[in-house]
Each structure stands twice: as C-alpha cells, then as structure tokens.
Design a protein around this ligand. Structure first.
Ligand code: PA5
Length: 463
C-alpha cells in the first residue's frame, strides 16, 4: 500500500488503544464535515477541492504563470497570512535552497519576492532597491480585499509598476486573486481590468493554498501544480476512510488532543530540512488560527534541527514539561554528499568517513528523538518518502484535514479567526480610520475606492 505520509506512535507515549477510544467521536466528526461540505456557510470547500478542481481555472492559472515566466524576472507576491504562507511554503520546499539568489540564467523562472506581510518601511524600501529596473509582475492576493498590509503594499507597488511601464502595460502585469464579488480589491480589479482569480467563498485563507492563492505563484516558480493537486487528491481519497484504525490523519488529530489533555499544550513541529522553514510557518498559522480560541488550544511552534538543537535544544530537553514534538521526517534527500577520509584526521571525523551527510542527519534525528523522549517530551513522527510536489500535496491535505478534525475534537470552530480583529480595531482607532474613532463612530466603515482613471505618478518620494 502506498504510504505517502506515515505516522509512527513509537516515541509518542500513546498506545493504539487510547487512540481508538476516540473512534466514535472521530467518525461523527467525519460525517459532519462531509455532510456539510457543500454548504457554503461552513467553509469546507477545501475538503473536496483536489478532486473537484475547476479545470478552466487551472488552465488560466497555468497560462498566467507562463506569461509571467516569459516577461518577468520577478514575481512580487503581495499577501499576508493564508494569502501568502502556503505559496511560500511550497515554493521554498520544492525549489533550490538558494532559488532567489541564483542568477536568472540558472534559475530560469522568476525570482519570487514577498511583500504586504508586514508594515516595515525598511523592508519595502530595500525591496524597491532590490527590484531595481528589472522586469516585474505582481500577484496581489487578499480574500477580503481589504486587509491593510497588502492594501498598502499594493498601492505602493502598483504605482511603481505604472511609473515603469505606463498604465496599459502595468495592467497586463497585475494579477489579482480575491473574492468573486466583494471587497475593495475586487472593485479595483474590475475598474482596471486586471486578470483576476477567484478564491472560493467556502475556502478560508489558511485552507486556500491549493486554490489560485497558492497555485499561481507556485506554478510561476516552475513547480508542477498538477502533481501537487494529484498528491492532495490521493490524500483526499485515502482519508475518506472514517475508521480511525486505518486513518493516520485522524490519528494525528487524536494524538494531539490526548497529549493536550496531559497538559502538553505546546506542539513543536520539527524538521531537519531547512527547506521546510515556511512549511512550518504555514502549519503554525493553520493550527494557531484554527484552534487558539475560547481559552483553549495547543500553541503551535516550530524548530529546525540540528540548528535549533544549539538554541532551543536545552529547553526542550530539560525545561518545563508541557511540550511535545511532531517530527517531519523526509526519508530521501534529493542529493547527498560523502564525508571523505582525511589522512591527518585532525578533526577526528574519520570514524564517519565514507558516510553521506544524509546518514549523519538521520542519526542526529534518531538520537534527538530518543533524548527528548527520555527527557519527557513525546514525539509523533510523520515520515514522507521525499520532498516532491506529489508528496507535498498529500502533506498539505493531511494537515488541513487533521487541523479541522483536531479543532472539532477540541470543540472550537476551526474555520473562524475572531481574535485577529482586535489588533486591527485598535490600530484603525490609532490611525484615525473613518468609522473607528469616537468622532466618526457613525461614519461608514468601509473605505470607498477611487475609481476614476489615473495617470502614473512619480515614485520619487518613496525612498
Ligand atoms: O486564514 C485566514 O483567514 C487569515 O490568515 C487570512 O488569510 C489573512 O488574514 C489575510 O486575509 P485576506 O486574504 O483577506 O487579506
């Protein structure tokens, strides 16, 4: 049987029979999710997405990616949270570690740069300098179409693009991924006649990587999005089995809840692959926003080993015992490098001469799992054969589904994020946004977009 994501209980301190105690509850959750999957109000569109993918939209994405590859040295992805993390996670996992640093001739596909995920002026100015005079396209992504960070970035970079190319050519280099009907971004896209991609109503931001949100930047980076979707499709079929005994995805969801009940309220997603840095970031957002509510939830965090064994390792080994780890184990690396015999052996490494670095990395992993378990930190191990588009598609679906089921076991709504509004309200008040200040309480909250035809403005005052 093909096991693209394999779960091991060996170091988890959890017995199979404890997991099976949740069988009935999980089967109920499974039925509930699948029964409601066609109701747009339930935000379950991601559940059947890999199988039901809109073929026309997929072709449109591929065509746009091809155009960007042919006329741009840079694709600027503007988005925050679920509107950029998934794309970045997949691109960084599946391309050369130094993709963005490679010369264009070697990379062959555009540099993918990100903005609109913070409000820092140095970041924006440094990015403007980095882009310089090179050919550029923009993919602005926002489901609500009103999020402040990407909105500001889009205003800045749209102007930059218009100054460089003129309105007409700039229009052909802007790709908008947003809601089908609502939001300021949709309004701008319609007025300016930009190429648009739709984020389905029933797919929330952090569950949207397998829509145009993720697929356009991913395809632009030269990654095979058909394979990514195939992997997710295989996972969709595989986890249709509601029998907990045979469903590793649901077992992972249950194991997290068992450990949470034992006061293990921090989960560290561990990887030995630097390329998975953003995969960890994506996972943190998925689980953090889905479960952290109503005073409940596991705090999701990440660690990259062996790097962090020299920083967080001490805490994990001997600090507060409220942690557990989930280790992402990639069985086969894409390449290897052999440690050579050295005559002098002054560094005393000859005992591993002839071994590959991947072998040493594996031993480091085994040693660490055992040490941490001994130190009172349970380890769940998720093995993946190799880092390719198919396996990653599977892993994405695995985590999305596990997150939904885990949230349901915890009895929270895994598809909303009411807490995110709080900082926005405070910020808007402090910035004097109409509708948020005492004086303007009764004013309209939404900012109306100016839809008159514009002329390119000078960019001189930007730096
Ligand atoms: O998962 C979510 O819904 C959020 O993280 C959003 O993706 C994030 O807040 C960005 O929102 P939007 O796409 O509306 O700009």
């Amino acid at each position: 049987m093909v096991q693209n994501v394999k779960l091991s209980l060996k170091y988890s301190t959890i017995e199979e029979k404890e997991i099976m105690g949740y069988a009935e509850k999980v089967a109920q959750i499974h039925d509930e999710l699948h029964e409601k999957s066609n109701d747009p109000k339930e935000f379950l569109g991601w559940l059947n997405l890999p199988k039901d993918y809109d073929k026309e939209e997929l072709e449109k994405i591929k065509k746009a990616a091809q155009k960007i590859r042919s006329d741009s040295e840079i694709l600027l992805v503007i988005g925050i949270g679920g509107s950029y993390l998934g794309a970045r996670a997949v691109i960084e996992a599946l391309t050369n570690t130094f993709y963005n640093y490679l010369p264009q001739e070697q990379r062959k596909t555009p540099q993918i740069l990100y903005v609109g995920n913070n409000l820092n002026p140095d970041y924006v100015n440094d990015l403007i300098n980095l882009i310089g005079n090179r050919d550029l396209s923009i993919n602005v992504i926002s489901k609500s179409g009103t999020t402040t960070e990407p909105a500001i970035a889009f205003r800045i970079f749209r102007e930059l693009l218009e100054n460089k190319y003129g309105l007409k050519e700039a229009q052909k280099r802007i790709y908008v991924t947003t809601d089908a009907k609502k939001g300021a971004l949709k309004q701008i896209a319609d007025t300016e006649n930009y190429t648009t991609f739709v984020i389905p109503d029933d797919v929330g931001g952090r569950y949207s990587v397998l829509t145009a949100v993720g697929l356009l930047p991913i395809a632009t980076a030269g990654i095979n999005i058909d394979e990514l979707l195939e992997g997710a499709k295989f996972a969709q079929g595989k986890y249709l089995d509601k029998n907990l005994k045979y469903n590793d995805c649901y077992k992972y969801a249950v194991m997290r809840n068992i450990l949470y009940k034992q006061d293990k309220n921090i989960e560290i997603l561990v990887s030995y692959e630097p390329k998975l840095h953003y995969m960890i970031e994506w996972w943190k957002q998925l689980f953090g926003e889905s479960e952290g509510k109503d005073g409940k939830g596991i705090y999701p965090t990440g660690a990259e080993f062996t790097t962090d064994l020299h920083s967080l390792g001490q805490y994990i080994q001997e600090g507060r015992r409220n942690l557990f780890e989930t280790v992402l184990y990639i069985q086969e690396t894409m390449s290897d490098i052999t440690i050579r015999q050295d005559e002098d052996n002054l560094d005393e490494l000859n005992y591993i001469a002839g071994k590959g670095l991947s072998y040493v990395n594996k031993k480091a992993m085994q040693g660490t799992i055992e040490a941490h378990l001994e130190g009172g930190v349970p380890n769940i191990v998720l093995s993946i054969e190799k880092l390719d588009a198919y396996n990653l598609g599977h892993l994405i679906y695995f985590f999305e589904l596990a997150c939904a089921v885990s949230g349901k076991i915890l009895e929270v709504n895994p598809f909303n994020q009411p807490g995110v509004e709080k900082y926005k309200t405070n910020m808007f008040k402090l910035l004097g946004k109409p509708g948020y200040t005492a004086e303007s309480k009764n004013e309209e909250k939404t900012v109306t977009t100016k839809t008159t035809k514009r002329k390119p403005k000078s960019q001189k005052n930007m730096l």
